[in-house]
Ligand binder design. Structure first.
Ligand SMILES: [Zn+2]
Length: 118
């Protein structure tokens, strides 16, 4: 296995493990922890992506497929975060501001962050 493949397979392993655990999550706190974990995984995937590109430039090896695979995994992790945030909002009866993305009480008329009308 080349080190490029190694990076991609590690990113895949992480994505699969994260996927398995999601179905078991019921509590709000756990969802928040999960989101923090996912954000860390995304940061790690970005780092791996940077390493792929750096190594590729040095070696001249083509890595388009691996870069695509990394990007797909990052997108999947981001989609999972959005899904969890939606579930948290639902359970807390919050609404998201269209302007800045901040969470607000569903009874609020204006955003508590940017002041936009909700
Ligand atoms: Zn706002």
């Amino acid at each position: 296995m080349t080190k490029f493949e190694d990076v991609v397979s590690r990113v895949k392993d992480v994505a699969e493990n994260v996927g398995k655990k999601t179905g078991e999550l019921v509590e709000l706190g756990k969802m928040k922890v999960k989101i923090a974990d996912l954000r860390r995984e995304i940061a790690g995937a970005h780092e791996g992506l940077g390493r792929l590109i750096y190594d590729s430039r040095k070696s001249g090896e083509s890595i388009d497929d691996m870069v695509d695979a990394c990007i797909e995994h990052i997108d999947a992790l981001n989609a999972e975060i959005e899904d969890l945030e939606e579930r948290i909002m639902d359970s807390k009866n919050l609404v998201r501001c269209d302007g800045c993305g901040a969470f607000n009480e569903h009874t609020a008329t204006f955003c508590n962050q940017c002041g936009a009308k909700l």
